[in-house]
Design a binder for this molecule. Structure first.
Ligand SMILES: NC(=O)c1ccc[n+]([C@@H]2O[C@H](COP(=O)([O-])OP(=O)(O)OC[C@H]3O[C@@H](n4cnc5c(N)ncnc54)[C@H](OP(=O)(O)O)[C@@H]3O)[C@@H](O)[C@H]2O)c1
Length: 333
């Protein structure tokens, strides 16, 4: 099969299209014929060698795919060969075939395209986990969403609006801000305007950027406010991790004194869904909820750009270069 291999950590150009052996599903595993790849910022971090548990090069990156079941390993009776599925292998998905554990597959509902399927799981579950499970967002509350025009961001804006919240969306360019305004965000601001906008009080902050943006949001949290950190995009430049800038951005987040949380009644929480396998049953339930919302027309994964498999490195550069809106998808012929 063909796969995009990272022979070393580095910028998008390091990726090489190679002929490699097709993996065989072992006991409890399923072979998936990949039809669409959902690109995630985590794929860029993995290629750069800074994502948790990234294999040593050479390795095949690829967190998320949609496709068809190609073969079943020993002890697996379903889903049947040919079923349409979505899967989050974390690594190895930038290929024509990938092996995943049968318990990690989810059905792709009838009538939903592979492209939409590949845009739903990671962005949807991340936004939902941040908003509803950890953010405990309630109707009428005000929620700030950083990087609101991105894959997770556009999902979060829609889910928050669906919950009846007031959304303060933050994005870097005018085009991105127009997009989130079209999604229905009531307030849309740039990063420069954000400190002032959030100072009037906010109940929940969804922060995947980190660094200097943390303090204004943390200060703006109302009593019972929840600050949810789940990424550090501020550390990444178009070519790689900018270590000096990353250190500076971390320093600007400052220090949070635990005992002060009591009087101010604030919660600071963080997560990385790829590091909590024990949440799988809960996330499977939440995937069903996302499918209901999708099929009911209340949630629409926003696909900004689709690349052919042959241009996967360009798709990486598009996402890492901060040019993308919504989800970046790569189709596999
Ligand atoms: N913890 C988890 O379980 C989990 C799961 C999924 C995703 N995430 C995190 O959530 C974030 C969104 O993921 P995604 O895949 O949907 O990506 P994305 O939001 O589509 O793309 C990343 C966005 O981050 C913003 N950004 C801010 N500073 C940046 C920088 N220095 N370089 C590049 N982008 C920068 C950009 O939007 P603006 O130009 O508007 O700033 C960019 O569009 C990422 O930080 C990712 O690591 C975490």
């Amino acid at each position: 099969m063909r796969a995009w291999v990272a022979p070393r950590y580095g910028p998008p150009e390091v990726l090489r299209l190679e002929e490699v052996a097709r993996p065989e599903p072992g006991p409890g595993q399923v072979l998936v014929r990949v039809r669409a790849i959902g690109l995630n910022f985590a794929d860029c971090m993995a290629r750069l060698g800074v994502y948790p548990n990234t294999p040593k090069p050479p390795f095949i990156p690829g967190m998320e795919v949609a496709g068809e079941v190609g073969a079943l390993g020993d002890g697996v009776s379903e889903p049947s060969v040919g079923s349409r599925v979505v899967a989050v292998p974390i690594f190895s998905g930038h290929a024509e075939y990938v092996v995943v554990r049968a318990t990690h597959l989810r059905p792709l509902p009838e009538g939903v395209s592979f492209e939409v399927g590949a845009s739903l799981v990671v962005t949807g579950l991340t936004a939902d986990h941040a908003l509803s499970t950890l953010g405990r967002l309630r109707p009428g509350e005000r929620v700030a969403v950083l990087a609101a025009a991105g894959g997770v961001g556009t999902m979060a804006v829609q889910l928050a609006l669906g919950c009846g919240a007031q959304v303060l969306a933050v994005a870097s360019s005018e085009a991105k801000r127009q997009l989130v305004a079209q999604l229905g965000a009531q307030e849309v601001v740039s990063y420069q305007e954000y400190p002032q906008a959030v100072a009037s009080g906010v109940d929940v902050v969804l922060d995947s950027v980190g660094g200097r943006l943390f303090r204004p949001g943390w200060r703006g949290l109302r009593r019972d406010g929840r600050y949810v950190l789940f990424g550090f995009a501020a550390a990444v430049g178009p070519k790689g991790v900018r270590w000096t800038k990353a250190a500076w951005e971390v320093a600007r987040m400052g220090v949070v004194l635990p005992f002060l949380l009591v009087q101010s009644c604030r919660t600071l929480t963080g997560f990385n869904l790829s590091l909590v396998p024990q949440l799988a049953p809960h996330l499977h339930q939440r995937y069903q909820y996302l499918c209901q919302e999708l099929l009911g027309g209340r949630l629409r994964p926003l696909i900004g750009r689709v690349f052919p498999f042959s241009q996967l490195p360009e798709a990486h550069a598009h996402l890492q270069g901060r040019d993308s809106v919504g989800k970046v998808v790569v189709t596999v012929p």
